[in-house]
Ligand binder design. Structure first.
Ligand SMILES: NC(=O)c1ccc[n+]([C@@H]2O[C@H](COP(=O)([O-])OP(=O)(O)OC[C@H]3O[C@@H](n4cnc5c(N)ncnc54)[C@H](OP(=O)(O)O)[C@@H]3O)[C@@H](O)[C@H]2O)c1
Length: 232
């Protein structure tokens, strides 16, 4: 059987790295994307050059992200799945009561929303050709209101985007999955969330692989996975 090819954004650490490792272990060839190629070069070397490709691309840069997809198809000859996972979080107060400077908010909106949209746009033509699968990382924070959280609002946008893409994908053979993790032990967590019950990144990776491992006739549209005991 032809080895399937999966492109992962945000593959340098956390959920993306865990998913890339698990996918490679399951037989996928993987294209690893982070802002700097050096951040994913070590993982690519560890997984093996025949099975992993390290790519530097900012997901909010159309030329870079579409170039990374072209490079993946050139190298591996196909694209079967994409994991639009890159994201950043930061504290925000809409009343100006602490939190980050509004000038910094742009990067979060561009990465989490525009970046996910560009990753979808760059990969879907190839995925349509392979009867492929797009997985997006949303969040439990994209399903419930979080006081003062612009991060949560970006993830609500991803929730809507996944649904919009799924509707457009009807008839193409492309499947679309929104994975909505709860609190997961990665660098994105602030000190308050660190004190709460947490998933391991590999717990989320297993959910992604569950969706990817279904037969072509089965489209798993949403998976919410929380650590036991997480409040909303
Ligand atoms: N951890 C949680 O509790 C949690 C819960 C729900 C959802 N999520 C979501 O899960 C996804 C992965 O986050 P994580 O928790 O694994 O955090 P993480 O460990 O900080 O990983 C974030 C990844 O995104 C990459 N990245 C950030 N901005 C990028 C950009 N503009 N272009 C390309 N890559 C970029 C980072 O790579 P470089 O910095 O090397 O470029 C890194 O690989 C995010 O979408 C996050 O919102 C996380």
């Amino acid at each position: 059987m032809t080895e399937r090819v999966l492109l992962v954004t945000g593959a340098s650490r956390g959920i993306g790295e865990a998913t890339a490792r698990r996918a490679a272990g399951a037989g996928f060839r993987v294209a690893l994307v982070a802002r700097r190629q050096e951040s994913v070069a070590g993982l690519a070397a560890e997984l093996g050059e025949d099975r992993a490709l390290a790519l530097g691309a900012d997901v909010a840069d159309w030329a870079a992200v579409s170039g990374a997809v072209e490079e993946t198809v050139r190298r591996f000859g196909r694209l079967d799945a994409a994991f639009a996972n890159a994201g950043i979080g930061m504290g925000v107060s809409f009343f100006g009561d602490g939190g980050t400077d509004p000038e910094q908010w742009r990067d979060m909106v561009l990465t989490n929303v525009y970046g996910a949209a560009l990753t979808a746009r760059a990969t879907l033509p190839a995925l349509a050709g392979s009867g492929g699968h797009l997985v997006l990382t949303g969040s439990v924070a994209g399903r419930y209101i979080r006081k003062g959280s612009l991060y949560s609002a970006t993830k609500w946008a991803v929730t809507g985007m996944a649904g919009a893409i799924r509707e457009e994908a009807v008839g193409t053979g492309v499947r679309v999955t929104l994975v909505q993790p709860g609190v997961t032990d990665t660098d994105i967590l602030d000190s308050e969330l660190r004190k709460k019950p947490k998933l391991e990144p590999d717990d989320v990776a297993r959910a992604v692989l569950y969706a990817l491992d279904q037969p072509p006739t089965v489209d798993v549209n949403e998976i919410m996975v929380r650590p036991t005991g997480q409040e909303r």
